[in-house]
Ligand binder design. Structure first.
Ligand SMILES: C[S@@+](CC[C@H](N)C(=O)[O-])C[C@H]1O[C@@H](n2cnc3c(N)ncnc32)[C@H](O)[C@@H]1O
Length: 213
C-alpha cells in the first residue's frame, strides 16, 4: 500500500491538468492515458473508484485475489485487474459479457464468468476459495442476500467492498431507510467496518467496507 492509502498499483497522476486516480494497463473505455501507460480511473463511472477517491479504508494493498460481482462491460474490473492478482468477474447479462471478454483478452489475470451472482454454486467450481476481496456492484433487488450467499468465497480476514444502489431495492423509499435495511441484513454474516454515501460520484449509492463474521 502507498502512503496515501491507495493500493500498490493505483496512483494519483495528472491528466489534462487534473490529478486523478489511475492504474497501469491497456485502455478500455476511452479514458485518457499517459506516456507511461497509466490510465485515468473515472470515479464517476466506478463505485469502487468513488470509494477510493473518498478515502475509504478498503484494505486493498495490491496483488490480492478478487471476486467481482456485477462486472458489466469491465470498466471498473479492468482497473482492478491492473493492480490485483487473479480477478474473477461475474456478470449475468450476455451483451456486456461480450465486451468483458474483449477486455480480458489483454489481461492474463482477468476471468469473465457469464453467471448469476444470486447462484454462487454455479461458479463455485471455477472461483478459488479464500479470495481476499469480494467487490459487489450488482444493481439488483436483494443486494444483501447476494453478499451473504457469496460470503463462502471470502477468506476469514478478507474484505467485502460493496456499493448499494438504493433504487434497485425500492424506487420509492428514502435511500437512508433502504441503506439501514441492507446494513441490518448484512450483519448476519459481516461486521460493518465503514460506510460512506457515494453521492459525490453516484447518486443514492452507499459504499460499504465489511469483513466476514
Ligand atoms: C451498475 S452495473 C455494474 C457496473 C460495473 N461494476 C462497473 O463499474 O464497470 C450493475 C451490473 O450488475 C449486473 N447484474 C445485476 N444482477 C446481476 C446478477 N444477479 N448476477 C450478475 N450480474 C448482475 C447488471 O447486468 C449490470 O451489468
Amino acid at each position: 500500500m502507498s502512503d496515501d492509502g491507495l493500493p500498490t498499483g493505483v496512483e494519483r497522476r495528472t491528466f489534462d491538468g487534473r490529478e486523478r486516480l489511475s492504474t497501469q494497463g491497456p485502455t478500455v473505455y476511452g479514458e485518457p492515458a499517459d506516456a507511461d501507460g497509466w490510465r485515468a480511473w473515472d470515479a464517476s463511472r466506478s463505485k469502487l473508484g468513488g470509494m477510493l477517491e473518498l478515502g475509504m479504508d478498503t484494505g486493498l494493498v495490491g496483488g490480492e485475489t478478487v471476486l467481482y460481482l456485477g462486472a458489466a462491460a469491465g470498466t471498473t474490473v479492468s482497473h482492478v485487474s491492473d493492480f490485483a492478482g487473479p480477478t474473477y468477474a461475474v456478470e449475468f447479462a450476455p451483451r456486456p459479457v461480450r465486451d468483458l471478454v474483449g477486455v480480458a483478452e489483454d489481461r492474463d489475470n482477468l476471468f469473465p464468468l457469464l453467471k448469476d451472482a444470486r447462484d454462487p454454486e454455479s461458479y463455485a467450481h471455477v472461483v478459488e476459495s479464500d479470495v481476499d476481496c469480494l467487490v459487489m456492484d450488482v444493481a439488483t433487488r436483494g443486494q444483501a442476500t447476494v453478499a451473504i450467499r457469496n460470503r463462502q468465497f471470502l477468506a476469514d480476514d478478507g474484505r467485502l467492498l460493496m456499493a448499494v444502489k438504493a433504487r434497485s431495492e425500492d424506487v420509492t423509499a428514502d435511500p437512508d431507510d433502504v441503506f439501514d435495511e441492507v446494513l441490518a441484513d448484512l450483519e448476519s454474516a459481516y461486521e460493518i467496518l465503514e460506510t460512506a454515501r457515494l453521492d459525490r460520484f453516484h447518486a443514492d449509492h452507499l459504499g460499504i467496507v465489511a469483513r466476514p463474521k
